[in-house]
Design a protein around this ligand. Sequence first.
Ligand SMILES: [Zn+2]
Length: 284
Amino acid sequence: MPQMNFAHFRGAVPRFQNYAAVAEQGVLFIAPEAGVLPRRYDPFEDSEGLLLDVVRAGAAVAGCDAFMDHCLSHKMLPLRDAEFWRHGDFFTARPDGAQPLVDTLLAFVRRYGLPVWEQNTIVTTSYPARYEQRAMAVHFSEDGGGNDMGYLAHYEAVKRACSRSGAVPACTLALMLLNFYLQFLEGMDGGHFFIRNAEWALDFEHNKTPELRAQVYDLTACINLAYAQLVSGEGKAVRQCKHCQKFFIADDWRAEYCSPRCRGAYNSKMTRKRVKERKLREGQ
Ligand SMILES: [Zn+2]
């Protein structure tokens, strides 16, 4: 039986000339400039560059202690964007600690546009590995629940308003990017995802292998498809170099260094360290 060819994705993702951070009702939004129509671009033109920028931005969220501490102190388990309506938005509550993260989010959005904030899902993710123990401790010490569900109605109302204006809360965007980072870098189980805002067409031009083509209008779907395409087939992966900490596309998911130079540098650093430790031991 001939196999269907899935290789043809084309993106048509809206991107505005500029975006700004705007606070409204205690929540910080990343909003497109008003009164201008967006242009569409194709993220698949440089899908490896896109994936690297996604993990860089996600790593900035994962590495932001102030953000993680805010979430932990409000016992957000798992991390859900709706909780920021119950407990208060990190980005407006802590403007000092939040500013570098806002800058990162804005830089990402100016380059790639905003993902669609989906009507019928709450954006959910978990903590980076280095927070796992603290998150577990929260989980077992208190239920963190509460019966007040009123915040969800407010959350839904904001979401409906956003689908008209095209804005996305900074906290929602941060969790989306963190989620990608955890899936791509820390191997968190991504489960299955929906490809919304896409048009699919079967192309029988070459009769033997019909081609399934997709035109994708949403950044989230583009990122998921770009990643699926990267890891399937050739088995490439997004990795972080053990020596220089740079993110890179590896031909093999087991790769630990971005270059032979970094492997050499790391190995000689470890050798120097071992020699130093031995000298210390022998000196005592
Ligand atoms: Zn390196």
